[in-house]
Design a protein around this ligand. Sequence first.
Ligand code: ARG
Length: 468
Amino acid sequence: MEDSNKTWSGRFSEPVSELVKRYTASVNFDQRLAEYDIQGSLAHAQMLSEQGIISSGDFHAIQQGLQQILEEIRNRQFPWLLELEDVHLNIEKRLTALIGDAGKRLHTGRSRNDQVATDIRLFLRTAIDHIIQLIKAMQQAIVDLAEQHLHTVMPGFTHLQVAQPVSFGHHLMAYFEMLKRDTERLADCRKRVNQLPLGAAALAGTSYPINRERAAQLLDFESVCQNSLDAVSDRDFAIEFSACAALIMTHLSRMSEELIIWMNPSFGFIQLADRFCTGSSIMPQKKNPDVPELVRGKTGRVNGHLIALLTLMKAQPLAYNKDNQEDKEPLFDTVDTLTDTLRIYADMLGGVEVNQAAMRASALRGYATATDLADYLVKKGIPFRDAHEIVAQAVQYAERKGCDLGKLELPELQAFSPQIQADIFAVLTLEGSMQSRNHTGGTAPEQVQIAIQQAKKWLTADPDSSRA
Ligand code: ARG
């Protein structure tokens, strides 16, 4: 394999072993960057030619050669070679084979170090834009479901114990808010992704009279990275993206946990469409919520990638180190996992069937309006701590009787406090309780309706305004 060291010329006296070749090569996974690599090369070549660093004849040959390579890659006819280590060298060698010396001039004023940093940023920028769209589609599914359930009462939980009645629509809209922050985080991260490293060359810049701002303009980057050493070495933008991804998955994992609990027959709050579930090979009665379970499971994998990237970066001296080659697989897998998860989730929410009676019965079983009774007593002048104790006793009594507070007779209630009057029964209904929390962010259906209107407005707003 005498050829294998050709890239570094005669500096080396022996070829690398097969194992080292395999160990150091990244082409099996970084070929995924090919389209971005070509995009970056085209802008670089155009800038070089505009600056008179290469001739316009060379530039046009490069353009045509890269176009042909792009087609070969798309048609799966491109001869990827492990010997050529990575996506960059594979494309450059092929270009030279196709167009001769002009191909060898493409790398003028550039290094693979600023090249790869550019490629990842282009990849990530596209991925972020796509992911934001997918999150919005999922948010739309949440809004659609929530709108059907403004008045559907479910038990709100703390400690997974029945706490107070809430509107199912309100519960769903909590996830809308989480995802909204997630899109804002991504849009903010995008600003730092959208800076051009090209021109930093290997680490110190280049002696050719390049125009970095022009390259940035051609590639639609917001601006150029201001320090060449930083530009080629830091992957903080990828770490930041992974942190955003981990949070999104964490939110989806929480929702998954709820779907799984709600689908358990002891709750019976919802059914997921059959296409998101599987049966058991041994227990014929089973319908397993595989998709939400896997979302929960895949969250671990995305969190793991974040740790991988942080660890990859933590001890690297300036500037570029080969460690950085390890950024790609975690990043690609994060994007793929997140993309698939969001797509499947929007679809799954569209198929959720709600059992309102089961939600209602569960709220009634759990004394969800106990706080409302306490608040009623407070309004009659009883100090809250005393009211709390009175209600605790009333709940204990109702529990022994096996009924909800609202099912007790007035004299029974009055035994706990003479302040209790007939108007208590309106207070003790699930709907009364829900409606009374009528302020911004509260669970009253009127407020949930407002939240949904605002959500719809936000979803249809100009996406560029959130990027500003
Ligand atoms: N495949 C390398 C990477 O992904 C490209 C940059 C290599 N640069 C170098 N000086 N060896 O990081």
